[in-house]
Design a protein around this ligand. Structure first.
Ligand code: 6R9
Length: 646
């Protein structure tokens, strides 16, 4: 373990935010951490005043582990906070810039977004949707997705957004689990120029849904579709004769705002339940302090609305701050590999938030692509979704940020609702590869199996010690799974994040990856992410995925799947060199037994490597459902390569 940690500690160079950034930062009080510690409830209570409430709370926090109620007795509405309250000062300000896949675009001012939302909300109500009815949204990255979410929250109907790239089966499973009677979808959309028949997919899924009553279809790709009588209705027809006024429902702070299905350790996705008051307070302040949102910012979060990041940091957090958001439908390499930088230049994006997998892809494509664009508007960069290896961090910092944009590496989860560990860009000294410190008021720790804090520098399991406003309330329909998954390891007052981490001498947290992916080699514990980070630090490697393969003698051995840089050549010599490189970086225990060169890895549509699938490939077991993969064909190809080595 010490060897592995040393390899990470090598990257200790520090980076400071530019003086001007520090001077103007939304949060520049270094005492903020202590202040939050001194009076936790007072800290969150003060922040709650950044949200508009119809009625104030009776208590800030009611904590009966593991059940928290935040701002009990208070009334508010999320869409009101994202729209109505900005109108008097900022009605004509651009709320949403939408950039389509075909380089078409649209913008909505706050007033226009409110009108569209209120009209659609009124239509949903007229259709019979009531407070508490779950509405499933199965839309790609188009303005109607945001409008649908806000319209649901306006009338108090919890939304359940299902990622548009998910299969028909996945849609059906989520609709059934949430007992959702309503679906909002579209005719179709384009992905890299290819038509995706979304309505057709939905129709197939709905065959396995007994609960569905009404399907609202928005016209996007104008492809021919079948409309089922008495069930399907066009969005435009629905809103045609409807009033554009719709009073926001007064919701209890603890009323459900949305469900978000996410993968767990079993095959069945969990419907994570988030409520209204605490979620709004948490996403509002983290957006304001971590992304340093200012009135004139153009903020672009590349996450899809189908994921939690799209909920918290494309929609609710930024809009509740009155920000201008960019929403992009499409892929980073369509029509060409400069697409993202083209959008940054076109709109003068100032804050850019994306995932390490994207950053590493850009890195692989080469510096000359971003060099063709004017990226000088950027002032802050963000990263989320997985550990960002120092090499990618530095590339992002230097090539995209021109060495003057702080990077906020934000650690959080679907379950946490808001960012939990991240630099505050005007305060925190950055070190590549670490998400740095817990947000003020958040107490994170690194524990061993018995719940004891591990010594500084050692690896352990990441825990969150206290309740926070936007925390998961339960798993829809499965309270037991909620208790078992997060609150059974060390008792009901410490949240098990499921990630491995270590804390360095500065108190910074280094998230090492999911503990579910930990491998044991000769009894030594290794994070697959650590070996990956070491591999990608080699100049020939663009991306790597590491897995544990069962071994009679050693328990497990390391198998590495490696995507090479464009200019590198696959050879036995290179394999040897990479093995030695890992030995050098981490230690002999981490030496990969096998290296498999590949052009692709099994990834979800959000770009995460699907470990379950990789594990099955590595160990030649049943791969199971691969419909959610970005690239299902890669499975057979890798299996073949693995078998060749057997
Ligand atoms: C927001 C989101 C959660 C898991 C989490 C961890 C990984 C996310 C990270 C990170 C290291 C970061 N993760 N951000 N690991 N550094 N900055 O991604 O939610 O999809 O639920 O995934 O993602 O492993 O446990 P979700």
């Amino acid at each position: 373990m010490t060897e592995t940690i040393e390899s990470l500690l090598k990257e200790q160079k520090k980076y400071y935010p530019p003086e001007e950034f520090v001077r103007n930062a939304n949060m520049k009080d270094p005492q903020i951490y202590e202040k939050a510690e001194e009076d936790l409830e007072g800290f969150w209570e003060e922040l709650a005043y950044n949200i508009d409430w119809f009625k104030k709370w009776d208590t800030v926090l009611d904590w009966q582990p593991p059940h928290a109620k935040w701002f009990s007795g208070a009334k508010l509405n999320a869409s009101y906070n994202c729209l109505d309250r900005h109108i008097s000062k900022h009605g004509d300000k651009t709320a949403l810039i939408w950039e389509g896949e075909m380089e078409n675009s649209a913008t909505y001012t706050y007033r226009e977004l409110l009108d569209a939302t209120a009209r659609f909300a009124a239509a949903l109500k007229e259709m019979g949707i009531k407070k508490g009815d779950v509405v499933t949204i199965y839309l790609p990255m188009i303005p109607e997705a945001v409008i649908s979410m806000l319209a649901c929250s306006r009338i108090g109907a919890p939304h359940s957004v299902v990622f548009a790239g998910f299969s028909a089966d996945a849609l059906a499973q989520r609709m059934n689990d949430s007992n959702s009677h309503y679906l909002i979808t579209c005719d179709g959309y384009f992905h890299k120029g290819k038509l995706i028949e979304q309505k057709e997919k939905a129709d197939i899924g709905l065959e396995n849904c007994n609960c569905v009553e009404k399907v609202i279809v928005t016209n996007h790709a104008a492809n021919a579709i079948a409309m089922k009588e008495d069930r399907d209705i066009w969005w435009d027809e629905l809103i045609h004769n409807v009033d554009s006024e719709c009073e926001p429902e007064h919701m209890d702070a603890e009323d459900i705002l949305f469900l978000m299905y996410t993968s767990g350790t079993t095959g069945k996705p969990k419907g994570v339940v988030h409520t209204t008051g605490g979620y709004m307070v948490g996403t509002n302040v983290t957006s304001k302090w971590i992304f340093d949102l200012k009135d004139d910012d153009i903020y672009w979060c590349t996450a899809d609305v189908g994921w939690i990041t799209g909920h918290s940091y494309l929609v609710y957090g930024p809009l509740s701050n009155g920000a201008t958001i960019v929403m992009h439908e499409g892929a980073p390499d369509y029509p060409d590999k400069g697409r993202f930088w083209d959008i940054v230049e076109k709109y003068g994006v100032t804050i850019f938030y994306t995932a390490p997998t994207a950053i590493r892809t850009f890195m692989k494509w080469g510096d000359d692509i971003p060099a063709k664009y004017d990226l000088s508007s950027l002032r802050l960069l963000g990263s989320v979704g997985e550990p960002i290896n120092p090499k990618a961090w530095l590339w992002y910092y230097e090539v995209i940020g021109n060495s003057h944009c702080p990077i906020v590496d934000t650690w959080w989860q679907t379950e946490t609702g808001m960012i939990m560990i991240s630099p505050l860009p005007g305060l925190t000294t950055m070190k590549p590869g670490t998400a740095t410190r817990p947000f003020p008021g958040i107490k994170a720790s690194v524990l061993d199996d018995d719940g004891n804090e591990v010594p500084e520098g050692n690896g352990g399991s990441l825990a969150i010690e206290r309740p926070w406003p936007s925390m998961i309330r339960t798993i829809n329909g499965d309270e037991q799974r909620f208790l078992d998954t997060y609150w059974s390891k060390w008792g009901t007052d410490r949240y098990l994040a499921g990630d491995g981490a270590r804390r360095d001498k500065d108190g910074y947290f280094w998230v090492l990856g999911r503990l579910d992916d930990v491998i044991k080699v000769s009894g030594h514990r290794l994070g697959t992410m650590e070996i990956e980070s070491s591999l990608v630090s080699h100049k020939a490697v663009a991306e790597a995925a590491v897995d544990g393969k069962t071994d009679e003698i050693k328990g497990e051995v390391v198998v590495a799947y490696v995507i090479l840089e464009a200019d590198a050549k696959a050879s036995d010599e290179l394999k040897q060199e990479l093995k030695e490189h890992v030995v050098e970086e981490i230690g002999p225990i981490a030496r990969p037994k096998q290296i498999i060169f590949t052009d692709d890895l099994p990834k979800t549509r959000s770009g995460k490597i699907m470990r379950r699938v990789l594990k099955a490939i590595t160990n030649d077991t049943e791969v199971g459902d691969i419909t959610t993969l970005q690239n299902p064909a890669v499975v057979e190809e890798l299996k073949r390569k693995v078998n060749e080595l057997r």
